[in-house]
Design a binder for this molecule. Structure first.
Ligand code: SAM
Ligand code: DTB
Ligand code: SF4
Length: 334
């Protein structure tokens, strides 16, 4: 089993007070500090390129207030049962041809069930893995046994976001608990799968909630190898449709704090790039973001296309990170 090892100088004992002191620094000072940490632990100028595909869209039983795929909101999302294997492999090939190294399959499920659809997803994982891509899934809650099956099929990473602080969770989702989320993350970790977990800003949460979520993530027994920072994409029909757009400075503050707290993790500038110009995205890279989703769609909402991102990489002198690079450096002994 792959056991990802964490450097000895990585801290899992951050206090809320310490995190606050970082988060509330004057923003330019915060960027400089994060950039220094980034330079020390990461290959600056390298950005991981991931592509999403919604393999099962809409009709979800959950009530996540931000989500266009919850059955209870009228969002006009194109509801679709599980795609077939060939459609998925074709999309993975397009992603690979577009320069992507990680392919993430999302399903609008509350949890994985031991049924034929799960068997089909296992086949998809196997197929995408054989194409030489890092395979990621985000399928809702999984138990230990399901996590092991995914690992055996060749799953590289599993995405399961905390989304917000424990205190704010019930204002956003009532159909499951924060502990449910943490349990799944533990099951994934135990199976030796790389953990991808982060959150969303712009849900109406306070700065304290953002700090609280970063505290939970950075005090897990092992930091998630990837930390996605999403800006809410407000979707008509969801309870959060009228939320104001988050400013770039809020994204920068979140990304920079995550970078300082979890220096070895990939920090992903996730949803919300469609609404950001290149200058704003450059600030996020400077603040320590080193991963993005490419391809014209996230799961159901628009994202910049491959050509626009290629032009941005050229302009900023960024290079795509190679596949299967260890996201955590092995522990330095002696
Ligand atoms: N159903 C699974 C689950 O909830 O874990 C997997 C798919 S779910 C769509 C994956 C993640 O997408 C959510 O945890 C949330 O962080 C993000 N997300 C969903 N809708 C969003 C939106 N409108 N804006 C930003 N992020 C969103
Ligand atoms: C993550 O943190 N963000 C991605 C991925 N992980 C699964 C999803 C963003 C979804 C945005 C809304 C949509 O396109 O439906
Ligand atoms: Fe369902 Fe996931 Fe959307 Fe929540 S975030 S409604 S669990 S698809």
């Amino acid at each position: 089993m792959t056991q990802l090892v964490q450097n000895a100088d990585i801290r899992n004992d951050w206090s809320l007070e310490e995190i606050k002191a970082i988060y509330y620094k004057p923003v330019l000072e915060l960027i400089v500090e994060a950039a220094n940490v980034h330079k020390h632990y990461q290959a600056t100028g390298e950005v991981q390129v991931c592509t999403l595909l919604s393999v099962k869209t809409g009709g979800c039983t959950e009530d996540c207030a931000y989500c266009p795929q919850a059955a209870r909101y009228n969002t006009g999302v194109d509801v679709h049962k599980l795609l077939d294997q060939q459609q998925v492999l074709n999309a993975a090939q397009r992603a690979k041809d577009g320069g992507s190294t990680r392919f993430c399959m999302g399903a609008a499920w509350r949890e994985v069930r031991d049924n034929r659809d799960f068997d089909k997803v296992l086949d998809m994982v196997k197929g995408v893995n054989e194409m030489g891509l890092e395979v990621c899934c985000t399928l809702g809650m999984v138990n230990e046994y399901q996590a092991e099956k995914l690992k055996e099929a060749g799953l590289y990473a599993y995405n399961h976001n905390l989304d917000t602080s424990e205190e704010n969770y019930e204002n956003i989702i009532t159909t499951r608990t924060y502990d449910d989320r943490l349990n799944t993350i533990e099951n994934v970790r135990k199976a030796g799968i790389s953990v991808c977990s982060g959150g969303i800003i712009g849900l109406g949460e306070t700065d304290e909630d953002r700090i609280g979520m970063l505290h939970t993530l950075s005090t897990l027994p092992q930091h998630p190898e990837s930390v996605p920072v999403n800006a809410l994409v407000p979707v008509k029909g969801t309870p959060l449709e009228n939320q104001p757009r988050v400013s770039v400075w809020e994204m920068v503050r979140m990304i920079a704090t995550a970078r300082i707290l979890m220096p070895q993790s990939m920090v992903r500038l996730s949803a919300g790039r469609e609404q950001m110009n290149v200058t704003e995205q450059a600030l996020c890279f400077l603040a320590g973001a080193n991963s993005i989703f490419t391809g014209e769609k996230l799961l159901t909402t628009p994202n910049p296309d491959f050509d626009a991102d290629k032009a941005m990489f050229d302009l900023l002198g960024l290079t795509p990170r190679k596949s299967f690079k260890e996201e955590q450096q092995p522990e330095v002994v002696g």
